[in-house]
Design a protein around this ligand. Structure first.
Ligand code: SF4
Length: 509
């Protein structure tokens, strides 16, 4: 069995993913998402830029990545020759060599790190971006190597640090000398030195756990987390599995930590949570969360929307309504810090008409122009409320207003007209859904997007492709996705308005 740094990095993010990469069926795996392919291309470009800007002269093994053994032998050969900088080298060691290289501060082998596993079954592999020659003592002579990894991330994430420590330890096992440090170069080209004293012991434990899981084929439990799972190519497979098990991770509000707390109270199903004693639950997860969770579970069990218990139908303010309403949604390119599409769906509720007005930057330097056009349009209808879903639109208005010197009074007037439908939904009702994302809520209402592959990430790829290819079908796809987002917000608002009005009437009666 081969333990690569990619498997280890995935293990830090999701244990189940590493398990599925090794033992999952290919048929259950979705094709790699276009957004991830884009990130891969950008990462490659970033590495090439760093090498060029730092004028790094390097050599690299010639064998392909697939021929890992030959590539590893060639890397070792380059190291023994004392090559100054080795690009995309590959290192490998047997588990027994790994284990005997793990020593404590007194240079004794750390016995608890020795797994009762036949060491010839496991080979550890490392792919540092660069190996940099340093003065020192090693099996090669008066030199050793430091690992250096180049990543596209903005922050030194824990999984990057883990891999950096792993590379350092593999070098130690090969050369007999632990490098002083392990370096990360991130997106802004800033160097980040890993604190090996802190990360090595943590990394030993994680490597051990990962090997044990893989060797003993212990399938990790599924846990669907929107943030972590949305780009994973096992998502459909895991989601189906979670649904078949009625897994609690599909209940909004149940985080991994709360899940553990619920299990520790023996609450492992919707029924159990619905029937649980709220005071006992509150001791572990707090009174407010208990109340929210029990109501969420009731809504799911009854498959019906409920008025949120914290919302007072009689006293609270009403959801704004107007003869004309605007529904606003933005598409952005985060890498360029560019908001390239400001879409408005204008709904005339008296004359029963709907019209979509997209303010689109066809080139990256048109953001100021579309912002001005957008401002003129919305200012021409000063009393019309602007509905949007979540904080992004308000944050963007503030960003663009500051960037393009929009007068404070205009900006303030515009912000005062914004109504966040996500906030309204999540503070007034509880719905039988898996998440309170626009897609999940609108799907529950029976709405579907015209572009089956649609999503914010996909739009980023489409816009990037448009800039390169000038293929107008890509812009059409983005426009219809944005228009559908506006429609989804409109239908959701309309449903909420009616539901609150009906519930209020019912309560009065
Ligand atoms: S979909 Fe989620 S739970 Fe499944 S492997 Fe991927 S990250 Fe892990």
């Amino acid at each position: 069995m081969l333990l690569t740094d990619e498997l280890l990095l995935n293990y830090k993010r999701c244990r189940r993913r590493t398990f599925l990469e090794v033992y999952g069926s290919h048929q259950d795996r979705e094709p790699t998402k276009e957004f991830l392919l884009k990130l891969k291309r950008e990462n490659k470009h970033h590495v090439a830029t760093v090498l060029k800007e730092r004028s790094l002269v390097y050599q690299q093994p010639e064998a392909s990545k697939k021929d890992w053994l030959l590539r590893s032998q060639q890397t070792l050969e380059l190291m023994s020759q004392g090559v100054e900088c080795i690009y995309r080298g590959r290192l490998h060691i047997k588990l027994s060599d790994w284990q005997s290289s793990l020593v404590d501060s007194e240079n004794s082998i750390i016995n608890e790190m020795i797994l009762p596993i036949a060491s010839e079954d496991v080979t550890l592999i490392a792919d540092p971006t660069l190996l940099i020659k340093q003065p020192g003592k090693s099996i090669f002579g008066d030199w050793t190597y430091l690992p250096l990894n180049i990543k596209l991330g903005r922050r030194p994430k824990p999984e990057y640090k883990l891999i950096a420590a792993y590379h350092a330890q593999i070098i130690a096992a090969i050369t007999g000398e632990l490098p002083d440090t392990s370096t990360l170069i991130l997106r802004q080209q800033n160097d980040y030195q890993i604190n090996l004293e802190y990360w090595l012991p943590r990394m030993y434990d994680i490597v051990n756990d990962c090997i044990e899981m893989l060797v003993h084929r212990q399938t990790p439990e599924v846990f669907i987390s929107r943030q972590r799972c949305s780009l994973c190519h096992w998502h459909s497979f895991c989601h189906e599995h979670a649904k078949s098990q009625k897994h609690l991770s599909l209940v909004p509000g149940i985080t991994p930590k709360r899940y553990e707390s619920l299990l520790s109270m023996g609450l492992d199903s919707l029924d159990a949570i619905a029937k649980a004693n709220p005071s006992q639950m509150a001791e572990k997860i707090g009174k407010e969360v208990t109340s929210q969770l029990q109501q969420q579970v009731r809504s799911l069990l009854l498959e019906t929307p409920l008025i949120r218990s914290s919302y007072n139908l009689q006293n609270n303010r009403h959801l704004p309504t107007h003869a004309i309403e605007f529904y606003f949604d933005i598409e952005a390119e985060p890498d360029r810090n560019l908001d390239y599409l400001l879409g408005i769906l204008a709904v005339d509720r008296v004359n029963n008409t709907e019209e979509f007005y997209p303010f689109l930057a066809e080139t990256v330097d048109q953001e100021a122009k579309i912002w001005q056009e957008f401002l003129e349009f919305v200012m021409a209808h000063p009393n019309v409320p602007i509905f949007h879903f979540s904080d992004y639109e308000v944050d963007t208005i503030k960003r663009l207003a500051a960037l393009y010197n929009t007068p404070y009074r205009e900006t303030k007037a515009l912000l005062n007209r914004c109504v966040d439908i996500h906030h309204w939904v999540t503070t007034t009702v509880v719905l039988p859904v898996e998440s309170y994302s626009l897609k999940s809520l609108a799907n529950w209402l029976g709405f579907s997007w015209r572009e089956a592959k649609a999503g914010g990430d996909q739009c980023v790829c489409w816009y990037d492709d448009w800039l390169r290819s000038q293929d107008s079908s890509l812009l059409d796809a983005i426009l219809s996705y944005n228009e559908d987002d506006c429609y989804a917000t409109y239908y959701l608002k309309y449903w909420l308005e009616n539901f609150l009005a009906e519930s209020q009437k019912y309560q009065v009666l």
